[in-house]
Design a protein around this ligand. Structure first.
Ligand code: PHB
Ligand code: FE
Length: 331
């Protein structure tokens, strides 16, 4: 088994004699699974409260949180539980960003140093992901998450984000993974690489690659790779099939550009989850996700999406204080 960093910070409270799964404690939360569900338990108003999630959805969500280092802002696993990134520490909450539970005062939130919550989430994945289940894969392309403990899939869960080291295609950058097979739904994507003609003296400084070919071979879904970095501007293309496993709550504006096929987005209020809008994006469509919403996408046919992130430091404070409007443009 691979080393888990900060393993001493993980609190395992037992192992179920029938299912074989470990039970975890994270601060005052208990986190357990059975054959179908993940269960999160907390105390509020002197009483125990709990929340169930289908374990496949839970594992897909926690996998994204781990792979993305808790991402920008909020990663809602569903309408009740999730994390808020404070960039150095992370809140884990139950009901805090659900209008009904929050108003009833039965929510609970606790802050953790990032290494502790990261180690705990990784340990949950290591123990709860069975052989044959890949939390990054589309449901049609993976085995079952359900049932009693049955082996492990370390290879799938230790596959983190691919980041570029320099301009893709130039020597010294991360490999473009030509070894991966063309996905069944991208069989029609042209695989030709561009021809690069450099003026003498500029060899090795000018590059180009077929982004559609690269995406057609992605073996993961809903997992943007940072493919170019220009100052604070990050281009993060990704291939999408089935449901984005989280509701992302923005702490800044981000942009989507639909490269192929179609994604439907559900947009809700960031704070209480109330539904706001439904957006259908077709090839060529561009839209901005404001800083005051949460969003979750649905893609029936595997599609290609460009997520454009703004990594400018201090953006969360500027939006939270009202210095910046939540929308990129005022009409
Ligand atoms: C997002 O939260 O904006 C997001 C995350 C993962 C994706 C696409 C969009 O694959
Ligand atoms: Fe987002």
């Amino acid at each position: 088994m691979n080393q888990i960093a900060h393993i001493d910070q993980v609190e395992v409270t037992g192992k179920d004699a029938i299912t074989g799964y470990q039970a975890f404690k994270l601060g005052n939360f208990s986190i357990t699974r059975d054959e179908y569900f993940a269960k999160v338990t907390w105390v509020a108003k002197g009483q125990e409260h709990s929340h169930l999630m289908s374990v496949d959805a839970f594992l897909r969500a926690i996998m994204r949180d781990v792979a993305w280092g808790f991402f920008y802002g909020w990663v809602n696993f569903d309408h009740v539980i999730g994390t808020q990134n404070h960039y150095g520490s992370v809140d884990f909450y139950a009901g805090t960003f659900n209008g009904v539970l929050k108003d009833a005062g039965v929510d609970y939130v606790e802050n953790f140093a990032t290494p502790k919550i990261m180690a705990t989430f990784k340990a949950i994945l290591h123990d709860w992901v069975n052989a044959g289940f890949d939390p990054f894969a589309a449901p049609e392309e993976t085995g079952s998450a359900f049932g009693r403990k049955n082996g492990e899939n370390i290879e799938a869960i230790d596959r983190y984000r691919i980041a570029t080291k320099r301009m893709p295609s130039l020597e010294g950058d991360s490999p473009l993974r030509d070894d991966l097979e063309i996905n069944r739904q991208f069989a029609d994507v042209n695989q030709d690489e561009p021809l690069i003609h450099c003026e003498p003296g500029f060899e090795g400084q000018l590059g180009g690659f077929n982004l559609f070919k690269y995406l057609s071979r992605s073996d993961v879904t809903w997992n943007p790779s940072v493919t170019s970095v220009c100052k604070a501007s990050l281009f993060c293309p990704t291939t999408e099939e089935y449901i984005l496993p989280i509701f992302h709550g923005n702490d800044r504006v981000e942009w989507f550009m639909q490269f192929s096929d179609e994604i439907t987005w559900d947009i809700g209020d960031k704070v209480d989850g109330a539904p706001i809008a439904r957006i259908v994006m077709k090839p060529g469509d561009i839209c901005a996700m404001p800083a005051n919403i949460r969003h979750q996408g649905y893609s029936t046919k595997r599609s290609m999406l460009l997520v454009w992130e703004n990594a400018t430091p201090d953006l969360p404070e500027k939006f939270a204080s009202g210095e910046l409007a939540p929308y990129p443009v005022a009409f």
